[in-house]
Design a protein around this ligand. Structure first.
Ligand code: F58
Length: 800
C-alpha cells in the first residue's frame, strides 16, 4: 500500500480552519488578533494537515514491521518551520489566498516566527536537512535531541564588538510541538555500583526526568512525516513542600531549577569545571532517554533482543552521544541479562558514528574523575570494552581510556559498525590521521558520505525566482530528484534564458539591498558583486584572510580612484563562541575596517564591507539566493565538508575556495572553469608549516600583504586604540598556524580573476547557471540514500 498524497486544500477551506484555530485555540477574534495570533492560527491549520500523514506514516511503519533509524544529535538547527511546512505541502497559494481574504499580510505572518536555533552551525543544520530528507524519502526515522530553553545566543554589536544575549525562542507558544507527558523517563547520575550474585546494579544518587516533546517533520508533498523528539528535563521531585512551609521559597523551588539546568541552554561554556560537568550530563541525558525510548518501542513489537540490529539503526551525530555505546551495553547486559560479549556485539551492530571534525581541540575527551563520578558503571564498562577490543586485536596500542581520559572518538569508533566522514577528502584524512590505527585494525569500517542539503528549503522555498524559472524550464521533478537540474544545461546556451536567470539573481539582490536598508540602515548597490562569507567565526575558516584582502583592495582602489574597478560589496555574518577571544577580535576588526572603508568617499562607489549581526538560518535564506560569490577559504584539511558551500553553488553563486572539504567535490561537479581555486592543498599545508618563518617569508614576498598588515598594526582602523589588533598582526606574521599569510598572494590573484569574470556579465551568468545545473548531486536526499544503503540497511516505505 502506498500512502497517498494528501488531498488538496482550497483557500476557502484554509481560511475557515485558520478562523477556527484563532477562535478556539488562541481564544481571540479577527478584530483583536495580533500578528502572532494569526501566525499561530495559520501554523495550527498547517500542522493539522501534517498530522494526518504523520499518523499514517507511524501506522505504516508498525504494519510493515520496518527498521527505524534513530538520529541522535545534541543539535538540530531547524530554523523556521511554517514556510517549510507550507512549501512541502504545496499550499503556498492557498495559504496566501486564505490570509489575504482575512486582510492579513502573509509575509508579515511568516516573518513573525522565531528561528529555532538549537544548534551552533553546520553539524546542527545537517541534522535538520537529514530529517527533512528522511521524511521525503519515506524512511521511518526519529531525530532525538534536547529541547533547550535557550538556543544559540543572540548576537549584536556594540562598538563593533560581539555582544551575546540569551535567545528566547520559547517565549511565545511553540506551534509545532506536542508535549508528551506520558513519554517520560528517569535519568540517573552518580551513586554507586554493586555486584551481587553475578549481576551488577547501578544505583544513581541523583535523578531527573526526561520528558518528550514531539515535532512532526514533513517531507516533500506531505507523503510522509517523521518525528523530532526533543527531551526536556524535569525534577523528579519538583517542589520541596517542607521548605516552602518554612518560608524558604527559593530553597523550595531549587530541585526544579537544578533539574531544568540540564535542558536550559545549548552548549554552555565548558571552560569551567561546572560547565564541563553540565555538558556531560546533557550528553548522557539525551542518550539515555533516547535509548529507553527506542527499547520501549522495540519491546512493544518484538520479544527477542537478538533482533535489535535488524530493527534499530542508531546514528551518533559526532561523539556527543557516544555514551550510547556503554549505556546500551549496560542495559543489555546488566538489566536484560545478555552476556557482555553479546551485548557488545548487539550494540555495535546497531550503532554507527559520523565524525565532523579533525581539529584536535574539538575531539571530545572526559577526565576519568568526572566521568567516573557521574557515570560510575559506564566507566567500568569502558574498561571492559577496552579489554574486549584489546583481546580481539592484540596488536593494538591505543585504548579508549588513556592518560586519565575517556576518549569519545575512540569509544565511538570501537562501538560502531560503520564510521563515516562527511566529504571524500575528510574521510581520507580520517584514515590517515586521527583514526589511522583503528582504520588499520578495521579497514572496512570507515566509509564516506558526502554531506548534502535539502533542496526544498535551500532552493525551492528560499529562492522562488530561480526555482520558478527552473520549474518552468524542466518541470518540477527536480524538487525530489535534484540531479535533474542537469536538464537545464541546453537552456543555458540560450541568451534569452540566461537573461532570465540573471534577472532572478538581480531581483534577489535588490530584495536583499532593500532589506539591509530597512533593517540596518545600510545602502548597497545591487549591481555591485555581492561577495559573501557566512559561517561560524573560526581561525581555520579564515575570515581574517578575507578582511586582509579587503584592506589591500581598498588601498589599491584608493591609489587609483579613477581606475576601472569592479564594484563589490563584501558581506560577512557569523557568530563566535563566547569564550573564543581571537575570533571575537576578528569580528571587531572586520567591523572597524568596515567603518573606515565605508566612510571613504573616494572608494565608496566601488567597495563596501558589511557585517550583518545575528546570523541564523533565516538570514542565510535571505543571503544565499542573493550572493554572486561564495567564500570557502578555509585552510586545506580543516573544514570537514561545509554545507553552505553547496547551498551557494545551487543558488548560482560562484565559489572562490581552497581544495578543502566538499569544495573538492563541488569543483569536480561544476567544472574547474566555473570555480575560482586558490591556495595550498592539505599536503602542502602540512609541508608549509615545517618551513621556518613561513609567514615572514610570505609577507616579505608580497608588498600588498605587508601594507595591509601595517595598516592594521599602525591603528588605521582603531585610531582610538592603535594597539588593538597588534596581536592579530603578530599572529599572522609569526606562528600563523592557519597559514593566512602564506595563502594571501594566491587568494589575491584568484580574487582579481573573479573581478575580471564578473566584469563580463554574459560569461558570469553562464558560469553561475552551470553551477546551479551541476549541483544536483549535493542534495541531502542523495546523502540519506547513501546512509540507508551503506550504513543503516534501512528501506523506504514509499513506493512510486
Ligand atoms: C561542522 N561541524 C563542520 N561542529 O565544521 C563542517 O565542515 C561540516 O560541514 C558540518 O559539521 C556538517 O558535517 C560543526 O558544525 C559544531 O558545530 C560543534 C558542535 C559541538 C560544539 C562545538 C562545535
Amino acid at each position: 500500500m502506498n500512502i497517498a498524497t494528501p488531498p488538496r486544500t482550497t483557500a476557502d477551506a484554509f481560511r475557515d480552519d485558520i478562523l477556527r484555530h484563532l477562535t478556539y485555540e488562541i481564544g481571540t477574534d479577527p478584530s483583536h488578533a495580533q500578528v502572532q495570533d494569526w501566525r499561530l492560527a495559520l501554523s495550527f491549520a498547517v500542522r493539522d494537515r501534517i498530522v494526518d500523514s504523520w499518523f499514517a506514516a507511524t501506522r505504516k511503519t508498525y504494519e510493515a514491521g520496518a527498521k527505524r533509524v534513530y538520529y541522535l544529535s545534541m543539535e538540530f538547527l531547524i530554523g523556521r518551520l511554517l514556510e517549510d511546512g507550507i512549501v512541502n505541502l504545496r499550499l503556498l497559494d492557498e495559504a496566501r489566498g486564505a490570509l489575504s481574504q482575512l486582510g492579513v499580510d502573509f509575509d508579515t505572518v511568516l516573518s513573525d516566527e522565531p528561528d529555532a536555533a538549537l544548534g551552533n552551525g553546520g553539524l546542527g543544520r545537517l541534522a535538520a536537512c537529514f530529517l527533512e530528507s528522511l521524511s521525503t524519502l519515506g524512511c521511518p526515522a526519529y531525530g532525538y535531541g534536547i529541547r533547550y530553553e535557550h538556543g544559540l545566543f543572540r548576537q549584536s554589536f556594540e562598538g563593533g564588538r560581539q555582544m551575546e544575549a540569551p535567545e528566547t525562542w520559547l517565549l511565545q507558544r511553540h506551534a509545532w510541538e506536542f508535549e508528551r507527558p506520558e513519554a517520560s523517563y528517569p535519568i540517573g547520575f552518580g551513586g554507586s555500583v554493586e555486584t551481587k550474585g553475578g549481576t551488577t546494579v547501578w544505583t544513581p544518587s541523583e535523578c531527573v526526568f526526561a520528558e518528550a516533546f514531539d515535532t512532526p517533520i514533513v517531507g516533500w508533498q506531505g507523503r510522509w512525516a517523521n518525528t523530532l523528539r526533543l527531551w526536556s528535563a524535569k525534577a523528579a521531585n519538583p517542589f520541596d513542600l517542607s521548605s516552602f512551609n518554612r518560608g524558604a521559597f527559593a530553597e523550595a523551588a531549587q530541585p526544579e531549577a537544578l533539574a531544568r539546568t540540564i535542558s536550559r541552554v545549548l552548549y554552555p561554556d565548558d571552560t569551567t569545571e561546572q560547565g564541563k560537568e553540565l555538558r556531560l550530563k546533557q550528553e548522557f541525558f539525551l542518550t539515555a532517554a533516547a535509548l529507553r525510548d527506542i527499547l520501549r518501542r522495540f519491546d512493544s513489537e518484538h520479544d527477542d533482543l537478538g533482533k535489535l540490529p535488524a530493527k534499530v539503526a542508531i546514528q551518533l551525530n559526532d561523539t556527543h552521544p557516544a555514551i550510547a555505546g556503554p549505556e546500551l551495553v549496560r542495559i543489555l547486559h546488566d538489566e536484560r541479562g545478555m552476556s557482555f560479549e553479546d551485548a557488545m556485539a548487539t550494540a555495535t551492530a546497531c550503532l554507527s558514528y559520523t565524525n565532523h571534525t579533525l581539529l584536535p581541540e574539538a575531539l571530545e575527551s572526559w577526565g576519568e574523575g568526572l566521568f567516573g563520578r557521574l557515570l560510575p558503571r559506564h566507566l567500568q564498562i569502558v574498561d571492559r570494552i577496552d579489554s574486549a577490543h584489546a583481546k580481539a586485536n592484540p596488536s593494538r596500542s591505543l585504548s579508549v581510556r588513556a592518560d586519565h581520559q575517556v576518549k569519545m572518538g575512540e569509544l565511538s569508533f570501537v562501538m560502531a559498525h560503520k564510521v563515516n566522514g562527511v566529504s571524500a577528502l575528510h574521510t581520507g584524512l580520517m584514515k590517515e590521521t586521527v583514526f589511522e590505527e583503528l582504520h588499520r585494525l578495521h579497514p572496512d569500517r570507515i566509509v564516506n558520505q558526502t554531506n548534502g542539503v535539502t533542496p526544498r528549503r535551500w532552493l525551492l522555498s528560499c529562492n522562488p525566482r530561480l526555482s520558478g524559472l527552473i520549474t518552468e524550464t524542466i518541470g518540477e521533478g527536480w524538487v525530489d530528484d535534484l540531479e535533474r537540474l542537469k536538464e537545464l544545461e541546453p537552456s543555458i546556451e540560450d541568451a534569452g534564458w540566461r537573461q532570465r536567470y540573471a534577472d532572478a539573481k538581480r531581483g534577489n539582490k535588490a530584495d536583499l539591498a532593500a532589506w539591509m536598508a530597512e533593517a540596518h540602515g545600510l545602502t548597497v548597490d545591487p549591481d555591485a558583486m555581492f561577495d559573501v562569507q557566512i559561517k561560524r567565526l573560526h581561525e581555520y575558516k579564515r575570515q581574517h584572510l578575507n578582511i586582509l584582502e579587503a584592506i589591500a583592495l581598498w588601498q589599491e582602489i584608493k591609489d587609483a580612484p579613477s581606475g576601472n574597478h569592479v564594484p563589490r560589496v563584501k558581506i560577512f555574518a557569523g557568530k563566535a563562541a563566547p569564550g573564543y577571544f581571537f575570533a571575537k577580535d576578528i569580528i571587531r576588526l572586520i567591523n572597524d575596517v568596515a567603518q573606515v572603508i565605508n566612510a571613504d568617499a573616494a572608494t565608496r562607489d566601488f567597495f563596501q564591507v558589511v557585517f550583518l549581526p545575528n546570523y541564523n538560518v533565516t538570514l542565510a535564506e535571505r543571503l544565499i539566493p542573493a550572493a554572486d560569490l561564495s567564500e570557502q577559504i578555509s585552510t586545506a584539511g580543516k573544514e570537514a565538508s561545509g554545507t553552505g558551500n553547496m547551498k551557494f553553488a545551487l543558488n548560482g553563486a560562484l565559489t572562490i575556495g581552497t581544495l578543502d572539504g566538499a569544495n573538492v567535490e563541488i569543483r569536480e561537479h561544476v567544472g574547474a572553469e566555473n570555480f575560482f581555486l586558490f591556495g595550498m592543498t592539505a599536503d602542502e599545508v602540512v609541508a608549509r608549516r615545517k618551513v621556518e618563518n613561513h609567514a615572514a617569508q610570505a609577507i616579505a614576498a608580497d608588498p600588498r600583504l605587508k601594507r595591509a598588515l601595517d595598516a592594521i598594526k599602525d591603528g588605521l582602523f582603531s585610531p582610538d586604540e592603535p594597539d588593538r589588533y597588534v596581536h592579530i598582526v603578530e599572529n599572522l606574521s609569526g606562528p600563523d598556524y592557519f597559514l593566512v599569510s602564506s595563502d594571501f598572494t594566491d587568494y589575491w590573484r584568484a580574487s582579481r580573476e573573479v573581478d575580471a569574470a564578473y566584469a563580463d556579465a554574459e560569461t558570469w551568468t553562464r558560469k553561475a547557471a552551470l553551477n546551479t545545473a551541476r549541483s544536483g548531486w549535493f542534495s541531502s536526499d542523495r546523502t540519506i540514500r547513501g546512509y540507508m544503503s551503506d550504513i543503516w540497511n534501512a528501506e523506504s516505505l514509499l513506493t512510486g
